[in-house]
Design a protein around this ligand. Sequence first.
Ligand code: NAI
Length: 284
Amino acid sequence: MQDFARKRALITGAASGIGRALALEAAHRGMHIVACDVAAAELGTLAKECAAAGAPSFETVALDVRDSAAVEKLAATLYAADRGIDVLFNNAGVLQLRAVWEHSTAEFDWLIGVNLLGVANGLRAFVPRMLARGTPAHIVNTGSVGGFLPAPSFGAYGASKAAIQVLTEALHHDLRARQANIGVSLLCPGAVQSKIFDAERFAGAGVEPLVGAASNMRDAVRDGAAARGLDPRAVATMSFDAVAANRFWIFPHPEMLSGLADRGASIAVGETPHFEFAKTWRIE
Ligand code: NAI
């Protein structure tokens, strides 16, 4: 898709970080915007900023991506009003850092529910309607380098993101098999400046706040991302450029690709997994 003007983008998790930047980039490119977030109140001034940046329309939707009925209802409402989606960003995601066995059932449900099933809900609601509409469309799912490079304390999050990688590659194959005019991309960021390390404010009942070593670990990673993470606006620009080029992989941190190559080589020779934070993630 080369020309975005007057096309319609739907972005989940649009109130903050990468999602917010995607909305502003969509506005710069002249798109109608459907901005969804569980924290709709935090969408705040985004409507005005997008209008100023060039969006012909902006719609705020309070949406929990875990609520499959709500996602289905949103899609039905949009398509019934001839407001089909041209670019879908399944971006909403949450993070909680703990040793694998320390995640409660509720915390696993939350992480997998938002990061994996939230994307599945978006695909179930929108792909059939995109296919029926027949106009060119594109889907960008947000994974993470954490889905490729398993790290201590990132087990549950990384598992959800590894699943997104598999799901998104399979989505690409499923659509190609049907010769669908729908492009697919997988956005795999490393550290980006955002509020992801404060995600536990949305967790709800049964999810305990981090304390002690886990809290210290989260604070250290949060400080590193704040100091050295990418500006989400750069991630948004790269994402739109990838959609324009119909490119599957979006790696905003190309310096981390060598970590991927190292991991593949290590698996190929049967090495026991080892983890060095700086080396694996290419973070100084
Ligand atoms: P963020 O926390 O700044 O933004 C995430 C947004 O998702 C928030 O506005 C939040 O309200 C919303 N959200 C949370 N739960 C939701 C739900 N159930 N339904 C709908 N919206 C919900 O975080 P960020 O970094 O912008 O995250 C965006 C995506 O990027 C996520 O999928 C995340 O996993 C991914 N990512 C982020 C990285 C980073 O370093 N910031 C690195 C790799 C991937």
